[in-house]
Design a protein. Sequence first.
Length: 122
Amino acid sequence: MFYPRLLFLLPYLLVLLAAAANSAPVLDAKGCTSCPNLPRTLGWFSKAAKVVEHPQISTWRDAIETEQGKLEKAEEQLSKLRASSNRNQAKITRFEDQIVDYKAAIQEFKEKIDGFQHRHIR
């Protein structure tokens, strides 16, 4: 049997239900190939929209980071080689060529990112 006197509890129960629904965990979508853009939280009560970077730009940024690591290692090896008493010109030339190639690759990835953002982000 329903007790009409208990209706005063209804608003509190609704608030409790909304809080429970808001704090429910969202499944991690890292392994999900059919839902790559699934947000980590529902975001109903979030104040600001979250900006998600395009996957292609993320890939290029990772490539830039990798190339910068290679560039730093090559510059370090070159400076060690120039400081040593055994100055092998072939190795010095090889490292100088690698440094030029790494800088060109980094510049190419930066241009790709800029071009992509110019075309797709207005």
